[in-house]
Design a protein around this ligand. Structure first.
Ligand SMILES: [Zn+2]
Ligand SMILES: [Zn+2]
Length: 247
């Protein structure tokens, strides 16, 4: 877990980012502000990067991509970097590369794939299944990462939705956002503790890691965990930056 925070700057929780390592390759899932520094903190060489998956093009999930790009250039990264994200990823990357930071144009070989709603990406030994999430007007994806029968599901930003429940069913680990406490909020954007309890009840992952939690969620975490986890048989924990799991 590189970044477990939200859009609010927080020294303990940078914005969204998860590093998956498999053999000598590494994969990033979201790359918000602060994630590149956390990546370096892990001691993993950026040259091992194979792919960056971006759940959606909100700043808190994508803004360090351009910082990564410059880092890869200055590190003489000479492989193809695969970038997977929903539309308009191709135009987003073209604008960054050709209009906003033209000095970076062509410095790193990036292959951009726009993710359809139910794409399956096979990369190395990993299989990454995508589903569309419900996140306001943003086109966004959740990911199920599988290898050898083991699975991690990453919700990205989403209101509770059946696509994520389907993706998370029987997963070893579900990393799910819990942006705000129960109360009056915009419909169809984020998930609250009692909504997340319903997701867990239906999907029954072995473990739930709560991420993308605003300070009031973190402050009330014991209550949040008991709301979500009461009698469900799923271990529920709050994600922390630099937390690691071996599957
Ligand atoms: Zn978002
Ligand atoms: Zn977000």
């Amino acid at each position: 877990m590189l970044g477990t925070g939200t859009s609010l700057p927080d020294t303990k929780r940078v914005q969204s980012g998860i590093l998956v390592e498999q053999g000598d390759r590494s994969f990033l899932f979201d790359i918000g502000s602060g994630v590149l520094h956390r990546f370096v903190e892990t001691g993993t060489d950026v040259k091992t990067l194979d792919s960056v998956f971006i759940s959606h093009l909100h700043v808190d999930h994508s803004s360090d991509f351009i910082a990564l790009y410059q880092t890869l250039w200055l590190s003489a990264f000479d492989k193809i970097l695969h970038l997977y994200a929903p539309p308009p990823a191709r135009e987003w990357f073209r604008m960054l590369n050709e209009v906003i930071y033209p000095y970076l144009r062509g410095k790193v070989n990036v292959e951009v794939t726009e993710l359809k709603e139910r794409d399956i990406v096979k990369t190395g030994l990993l299989t990454v299944m995508c589903r569309k999430t419900q996140h306001g007007i943003m086109d966004s994806r959740a990911f199920r990462v599988e290898q050898g029968g083991r699975s991690v599901v990453i919700s990205g930003d989403t209101a509770p939705c059946k696509e994520v429940i389907e993706l998370a069913t029987g997963a070893d680990i579900l990393i799910h956002e819990c942006n705000w406490l129960d109360g009056r909020h915009s419909e169809g954007v984020h998930t609250s503790p009692s909504q997340l309890a319903e997701v867990v009840r239906k999907a029954r992952p072995k473990k739930l890691i709560i991420v993308h939690a605003f300070p009031e969620v973190v402050f009330n975490i014991q209550k949040v965990i008991s709301t979500i986890g009461a009698d469900q048989g799923t271990e529920v924990v709050l994600g922390e930056d630099m937390m690691t799991m071996v599957l």
